[in-house]
Design a protein around this ligand. Structure first.
Ligand code: GRF
Length: 213
């Protein structure tokens, strides 16, 4: 069975969705960069190994990333899954785990990389918004896309309402991507375009908007 370590910074609802979905990956540990990350308690309660590598304890990004890599490597995972992990990682760190780090980002990339995606989507007046699971490359919120989910932006939406609608989709697509990894079906082709091997997959990898909840 392929294995993974999950990195979090806060609440950890995506981590919970991943673990609860039992996608066929062995989750070896949950590591947070903030000691107060709420998700740590949930993970510990589930019997998962937990670690904290507090970024504030390190003078540079490089020093933090080296400590983080050491914590990850102790579990020798096949994949590193960023789940609401709010630190920018150095290229040196990312290069240690080629094509092995995944991230979930709350927008339809390449639109709205970075922070405050829901407010920016509302300000831009887009009619579709969503979430993306992608491989991590040194460019922020950029990299081969495994799966996206779109949601409608509704009249009168607040940032919170839109965030909630997107989050529900995050909780569907990250476990889906993890399942594909577990099944060894993820293939990165020319131009960094991801294909999921197996029947019906191109259809599954587009989750179209449904009626809003
Ligand atoms: C999610 O929307 C994630 O995509 C974003 O921050 C939020 C974290 O939520 N980067 P959680 O910690 O997974 O609950």
């Amino acid at each position: 069975m392929k294995s993974a370590v999950i990195l979090i910074s806060g609440r950890g609802s995506n981590m919970q969705a991943l673990v609860e979905a039992q996608p066929g990956l062995e989750f070896r540990a949950v590591i947070a960069n903030r000691p107060e990350a709420k998700g740590l308690a949930w993970a510990a309660q589930r019997g998962l190994a937990t670690r904290t590598v507090d970024h504030k304890a390190y003078p540079t990004r490089e020093a933090f990333d080296a400590a983080l890599a050491q914590a990850i490597d102790a579990f020798a995972p096949d994949y590193v899954l960023l789940a609401g992990f709010m630190r920018i990682l150095t290229a040196g760190f990312i290069d240690r785990y080629p094509r092995s780090i995944l991230n979930i980002h709350p927008s339809l990339l390449p639109c709205f990389p970075g922070l405050h995606t829901h407010a920016r989507a509302l300000a831009a007046g887009v009619k579709l918004h969503g979430a993306t699971v992608h491989f991590v490359t040194p460019a922020l919120d950029h990299g081969p896309i495994l799966v996206q989910a779109a949601v409608p932006v509704l009249d009168g939406d607040t940032e919170e309402a839109l965030a909630e609608r997107v989050l529900a989709q995050e909780h569907r697509i990250y476990p889906q991507a993890a399942r594909w990894l577990a099944e060894g079906r993820v293939e990165i082709g020319t131009g960094d375009v991801v294909r999921i091997r197996g029947s019906g997959v191109s259809r599954d990898s587009l989750i179209a908007p449904r009626d809003p909840a």
